[in-house]
Design a protein around this ligand. Structure first.
Ligand code: NAD
Length: 308
């Protein structure tokens, strides 16, 4: 989009990131449509609140009428039963893109995640165009989110920007955040740039602050969106021990990535009615299998001590 969009819809505006995006777009857009399945209050005449579920394609298409752009944040933001991730993140994003197409929206910004590549080892500097290596089923759902965006761009000419959001926090709260932190200021900056960048068809870029210890490449974000983050988690480095085991190796998704995380919800959704299978409670299945599954960042490979 070469000019500032007039009317922007934000889905999932009541969540953790939504208020920062909302505040960051005030004054940038003529009108904001605040969409969530929980009630939200419009501040003044420049905002409209819409209570809707992203499972409801028709409600979305109605809410998107007259909009220039959609910032899609709604969904499940963490590991969850696979069926829930498919419904909320994959089908939900399909509904958002399809509603955008029907309503003639020009651009959609998708909240993707760093977990699409979370299985790369921490010593690997990942470029945005490297193959996905999700570190869990949540990451898998975000790979599908990006694929849907790419398909809608290729097939229907929708302009789509997928932001692979790092760790959105007021301030870094754990060692890993020295690499992965996305400050509120940079979050707003990435979203504004994703809405305004000219000549976009489809792009997926990391949205992370300019952390000295980051393992994600920001060249694509600079080239395609024209945004260079301003914050650096290094300012908080003294709060965390230098010799934290995190820096010794392992997956970028963090120490809790791997079999245990993926199997935490194993069995949920296997039953005939979508609930846990009768003879295999989810927790038990997860515990047993996690004990025997490989702990490296990829089966048969060590956990990433090798730099590249
Ligand atoms: N917070 C992070 O650090 C982070 C990192 C990477 C990616 N992301 C992605 O960014 C997005 C926003 O993250 P967040 O931390 O604000 O999540 P959140 O869970 O705090 O908020 C999600 C919002 O979406 C709404 N929502 C959920 N399901 C809905 C549905 N079916 N219909 C309508 N609204 C629904 C919820 O009510 C909530 O307000 C998510 O897509 C998440 O996967 C977040």
């Amino acid at each position: 989009m070469d000019d500032k969009p007039g009317r922007i819809v934000i889905t999932g505006v009541a969540g953790r990131i939504g208020p920062t995006v909302r505040a960051g777009l005030r004054g940038e857009a003529g009108h904001l449509v605040l969409l969530d399945r929980v009630p939200v209050e419009a501040q003044d005449a420049t905002e409209t609140a819409v209570e809707a579920d992203i499972a409801d394609l028709r409600a979305l298409a109605a809410a998107f009428e007259g909009a220039d752009a959609v910032v899609h944040l709604a969904g499940i933001a963490d590991e969850a039963p696979f069926g829930d991730l498919l419904d909320a993140n994959v089908r939900g994003t399909y509904n958002v893109l399809e509603a955008a197409r029907r309503a003639g929206v020009r651009r959609v910004v998708l909240a993707s995640s760093n977990h699409v590549t979370g299985a790369y080892p921490i010593h690997h500097h990942v470029f945005a165009d490297e193959p996905p290596r999700p570190d869990g089923l949540y990451g898998v759902s975000k790979v599908a989110v990006e694929a849907l965006g790419q398909m809608y761009a290729d097939t229907f000419g929708l302009e789509v920007v997928a932001l692979r959001i790092g760790s959105f926090e007021e301030e870094p709260g754990e060692t890993r955040h020295l690499a992965t932190w996305l400050s509120p200021r940079d979050c707003a900056g990435f979203v504004r740039a994703a809405l305004a960048a000219p000549g976009v068809t489809f792009t997926a870029v990391y949205a992370v602050s300019g952390n000295a210890r980051r393992f994600w490449d920001l060249t694509a974000a600079a080239n395609e969106l024209g945004y260079r983050p301003v914050d650096d988690a290094a300012a908080f480095a003294s709060r965390f021990p230098d010799d934290d085991p995190f820096w010794h190796g392992g997956p970028q998704g963090g120490p809790d990535s791997g079999a245990e995380k993926v199997l935490r919800f194993a069995g949920a959704g296997d039953g005939p009615d979508g609930g846990p299978a009768e003879d295999e409670p989810a927790g038990e299945a997860a515990g047993e299998q996690a004990a025997t599954a490989p702990q490296g960042d990829r089966p048969g490979e060590d956990s990433g001590a090798g730099a590249d």
